[in-house]
Design a protein around this ligand. Structure first.
Ligand code: NAG
Ligand code: NAG
Ligand code: NAG
Ligand code: NAG
Ligand code: NAG
Ligand code: NAG
Ligand code: NAG
Length: 774
């Protein structure tokens, strides 16, 4: 049982280039209140999600609400490997994969199996947890016999000695119904004080104290999947593939008509389904449509009250969204791959394919199931999500394949990809597209900033080189490397660190080793993108590894990430922190950057690192300006940094200044200029910090803001008063006063009066050239 232990249970990994070919998997998965699948959610204030992992051990991964009252260490380590899970209110149940026994747990009391003693040793083939009861069908999970009689028990919250509540299993009589005991069931669901099941002969029967409120006692027809909300339940009809619902209509609202579904989940006031054709998500009831992920297909979904989580078919990564549109959703899933379906015996048939674990590129992983003779059968898709075209159809061994429209080569896919039908007009349109494309970064990208512009996703997506770790990002090869200092004049000294010309694909295992398994002592910093680690590669090179956290991965789709990577690949300059390589494996996204041994400018000016002399400060000012000038003017597309500050200016082994932490941002053309102007303003603050040696905001000064403090002094001709007296002054302070004047220019309130970065660099260059006599 692991929480947020990223892939730790998984063996060595191969590099996977962009997994644009969808992995076409999918489960007949139904979850929510009391139905079953590889992922399930517990309802209520103590709600949580659990899923079966993809390690082949069928271990259980759980995650809880963000502001949950109980601590994250509460989940027991003792949850056995399970074949299937089902969610009740505040607790979950499953069937053990080795002995088909029931196992139920909550998030509060670790290690207690909430199954009454009399049912502890009974084998079951299905289990359905409801509000405060559980029903299970007798049988064996991995068996071809998929029907049996039903046992039910209750799980009650009772006060314990500590004044808290504890869940206690009991064999109550509420669900003890002799007429039900005589029926043989194939599938069951449980809701609030009711259970319903598909009878072997067909039709659905409901029982329990509140079953009368459903308004149906017996439904005819056969159903492949059932899911239950609090007072309602829905099923996917075997005949039509469409959903039908019963019970409180305000929970499920207006049903989708004419859409075939293969998966189903139920929340408190909404249901969601997985469409058969493209495995996309569709919801009904009360929900916020814009919160539902549009670009990716899913294989399995589960809902708690107001959040739905699913296993993405493209990469088996977990994704959660709040159906009320709360952003971020209540639940943030761990970065761990999960099983797309449940394991079963026998071969797959009827439009299903056997999930082949080799698509995960895990050499040691031959199956996601605990036993070799088991397989995961998933329904094939027939269509692809928007932005992808169908490149191969379903077979017994593989789902249909979807390929990104950026790889569309000929007329066979122009239609679905929305491309014009002749190559000439297509070329034209692509050109137009180039001028138009804006890469929309999500707020979660945080410090990874926005870029405007044109880089399409071209060839780099293409290949997975079997040779392993020396793959190249194709579009980076042969790219002219920008000169660090185009000025032939050898003064001022500019960093001479060699610039790499190609971007390398790293193995996850390699980076794991290089960071001692992403251990904390290797941490260089953390941001909204994720953690940054110091790493020593096997060839002795020191690098910095940026590892995307789950939120970043979930909120940026692969295509955005590829576009971003493509742009980062093409950016090379001696005054920025260059990208050396990347790794995309097993749902992880890692970026490998040059390592900057002398740390951040911030730490030298305000922290524990050695203070900097004036020569170095001037040189750093100029080089940082050149780095920004490059991003604004020479990079294609232009990059606005949007977070220019001393902690994003790093110092390389030669004490050269490098701009770090730029990335992709969304903006339109108008914003681009406005944002460049704000970069210039923020650079002005950096100049003041360099000059004054004080922080941008410091309560020891009046006023505490450096701009309000310094700019009036500079404007009154008293710039000397702001110069850092902790460093020996040069004999001639004139260059420093000029630096103050440049800072003042960049800090003009009227942004159109500010110089552009090129002007700033030129002015700083002149100061450097005039020399600084010490
Ligand atoms: C959750 O916790 C964060 C930080 O502790 C807090 O800012 C936020 O308001 C809380 N949200 C809710 C819904 O309680
Ligand atoms: C089944 O698995 C559980 C938990 O891993 C273990 O305690 C138990 O001994 C196993 N039972 C058998 C019969 O292998
Ligand atoms: C719906 O969700 C979107 C995205 O999460 C959010 O921006 C919007 O405010 C939500 N709308 C409502 C009515 O909650
Ligand atoms: C899974 O895919 C690999 C590689 O494509 C293939 O060699 C293997 O035979 C497949 N396994 C099954 C069970 O189809
Ligand atoms: C296939 O998917 C596309 C977009 O995802 C959709 O517009 C189209 O109607 C779908 N076609 C079928 C036959 O379902
Ligand atoms: C179109 O290109 C794909 C590969 O990109 C190829 O498999 C297919 O045969 C081509 N179709 C036509 C009509 O040329
Ligand atoms: C900003 O400066 C520009 C150019 O000097 C000038 O045209 C404009 O009127 C100024 N705007 C304000 C609000 O002062």
């Amino acid at each position: 049982m692991k929480i947020q232990t990223c892939l730790s249970g998984l063996p060595r990994h191969n590099p996977v280039l962009f997994r644009l070919l969808l992995l076409h998997l999918f489960a007949i998965a139904a979850s929510g209140y009391g139905s079953t699948g590889p992922i399930a959610a517990a309802f209520g204030d103590d709600g949580f999600f659990c899923a079966i992992d993809a390690s082949g051990k069928q271990e259980i991964i759980c995650w809880r609400k963000k502001n949950s009252s109980f601590s994250s260490s509460a989940f027991p380590d003792s949850i056995p490997p399970l074949a299937i899970v089902s969610g009740g209110e505040g607790f979950l149940c499953g069937i053990t994969s080795n002995t088909s026994r029931a196992y139920c747990w909550d998030a509060i009391n670790s290690g207690i199996n909430l199954v009454p003693p009399m049912f502890l040793f009974t084998p079951y083939s299905q289990i359905a947890a409801g509000q405060n009861h559980v029903c299970a069908i007798r049988g064996f999970f991995y068996s071809n016999i998929d029907y049996g009689v039903v046992d039910c028990w209750e799980i009650r919250q009772t006060p314990n000695n500590n004044g808290n509540y504890a869940m206690v299993p009991l064999y109550g009589s509420s669900f003890h119904d002799p007429s039900i005991r005589s029926l043989v069931f194939r599938k069951i669901v449980s809701g609030e004080r009711f259970s319903c099941g598909v009878v072997k002969e067909g039709g659905v029967v409901c029982w329990g104290p509140k079953s009368a409120d459903l308004g149906v006692s017996r439904v005819s027809g056969d159903f492949v999947t059932l899911a239950s909300g609090r007072g309602s339940f829905c099923g996917i009809s075997s005949a039509s593939g469409e959903v039908e619902c019963w019970g409180k209509a305000d929970e499920y609202g207006v049903l989708p008509v004419g859409t075939r579904f293969v998966g189903l989940s139920a929340g408190a006031v909404h249901f969601c389904g997985i469409r058969e054709n493209d495995h996309g998500i569709e919801c009904w009831g009360s929900f916020n449509d814009s919160a539902i992920p549009k670009g990716s297909g899913f294989m399995a979904i589960a809902s708690s009250d107001f959040t739905t989580c699913g296993v993405r078919e493209v990469d088996l990564v977990l994704d959660c969204w709040g159906v009320r549109g709360q952003s971020p959703p209540d639940y943030s899933p761990p970065l761990q791959l999960c099983s797309p379906g449940t394991c079963s015996q026998g071969s797959c048939a009827n439009g299903k394919f056997a999930f082949n674990a080799s698509v995960l590129n895990e050499p040691d992983l031959t199956s996601l199931c605990v036993q070799k003779d088991l397989r995961i059968c998933l329904p094939c898709g027939s269509n692809c999500s928007e932005g992808y075209f169908l490149s191969s159809v379903c077979s017994e061994n593989a789902d249909r394949e979807c390929t990104a429209c950026s790889l569309c080569q000929n007329s066979s896919c122009w239609g679905v990809c929305g491309l014009p039908s002749s190559p000439e007009t297509r070329r034209q349109e692509q050109q137009e597209l180039k001028n138009l494309i804006f890469i929309v970064g999500s707020s979660v990208l945080g410090s990874m900033l926005i870029i405007i512009g044109c880089c399409l996703i071209p060839q780099m997506i293409k290949t997975k080189n079997e040779e392993g770790d020396k793959n190249h990002c194709i579009s980076c090869i042969g790219k002219q490397v920008a000169e660090a200092d185009p000025d032939p004049n050898p003064e001022p000294p500019i960093s001479v660190t060699p610039i790499v010309e190609t971007t390398q694909v790293f193995r996850l295992s390699e980076l794991k080793d290089a960071t001692h398994g992403f251990k904390e002592f290797n941490e260089l910093g953390r941001g909204s993108y994720g953690f940054v680690y110091k790493a020593m590669l096997s060839d002795g090179r020191q690098v910095a590894v940026k590892r995307a956290n789950a939120a970043t991965i979930i909120h940026t789709n692969n295509r955005d990430f590829e576009t971003e990577l493509e742009i980062l690949c093409n950016i090379r300059h001696g005054n920025i922190v260059n990208l050396l390589g990347y790794c995309i494996e097993m749902g992880e996204r890692l970026l490998v950057y040059e390592y900057m041994p002398h740390g951040t400018l911030h730490d030298h000016l305000h922290g524990e690192l050695s203070p900097l002399n004036w020569n170095l400060r001037l040189k750093i000012s100029l080089q940082a300006a050149r780095g920004l000038e490059y991003l604004h003017k020479e990079a294609t597309p232009p990059i606005v940094h949007r977070d220019v500050k001393t902690s994003n200016i790093l110092l390389d082994s030669e004490w050269g200044a490098r701009i770090a932490d730029f990335g992709l941002l969304s903006a339109d053309d108008r914003d681009l200029n406005a944002n460049m102007e704000s970069d210039v303003y923020n650079f002005g603050i950096v100049l003041l910090e360099i000059l004054g040696g004080r922080k941008a905001y410091d309560r020891d000064y009046t006023p505490p803001g450096i701009v309000e403090w310094a700019v009036p002094l500079i404007r009154r001709g008293k710039a000397a008063a702001i110069i850092d007296r902790n460093v020996a002054l040069p004999r001639n302070v004139e260059p420093l006063l000029k630096l103050a004047d440049i800072a003042e220019l960049t800090l003009r309130e009227n942004s159109s009066e500010r110089p552009v970065m090129t002007d700033v660099a030129t002015l700083l260059d002149q100061i450097m050239k005039s020399g600084l006599a010490m």
